[in-house]
Design a binder for this molecule. Structure first.
Ligand code: SF4
Ligand code: SF4
Length: 96
């Protein structure tokens, strides 16, 4: 197979508009949901920093519950939480 140069390669995805990912609610295919225990949470904000989807917002210095419209259920927030305040629960075990 002939190797293509960068100029010969077909154009891939073109993002012609900023923040277009906000339109795509990609949280529908998660299997787990992060449940934060507000009594254990010390508001260190690490979960918000590490969430790869930026779906844990901070308001007035305090973390908010994850926006499940974008949450993939990856569990990184629960892994990084120093006080284990976030539990990943199977979606079918949660009250939605
Ligand atoms: S489970 Fe993953 S995507 Fe969802 S809030 Fe936690 S870090 Fe973000
Ligand atoms: S990482 Fe844990 S303790 Fe820190 S803000 Fe998030 S839930 Fe709270």
């Amino acid at each position: 197979m002939k190797k293509l140069t960068s100029k010969e390669m077909p154009i891939g995805g073109v993002i012609d508009e900023k923040a277009s990912s906000l339109e795509y609610k990609t949280g529908a295919w998660k299997s787990y949901k992060p449940i934060r225990d507000k009594k254990k949470c010390i508001n260190c904000l690490l979960c918000a920093v590490y969430c790869p989807e930026n779906c844990i917002k901070v308001k007035e210095g305090k973390v908010q519950d994850a926006d499940l419209s974008y949450c993939k259920g990856c569990g990184i927030c629960a892994t990084e939480c120093p006080v284990k305040a976030i539990e990943m629960k199977k979606l079918e075990e949660c009250d939605l």
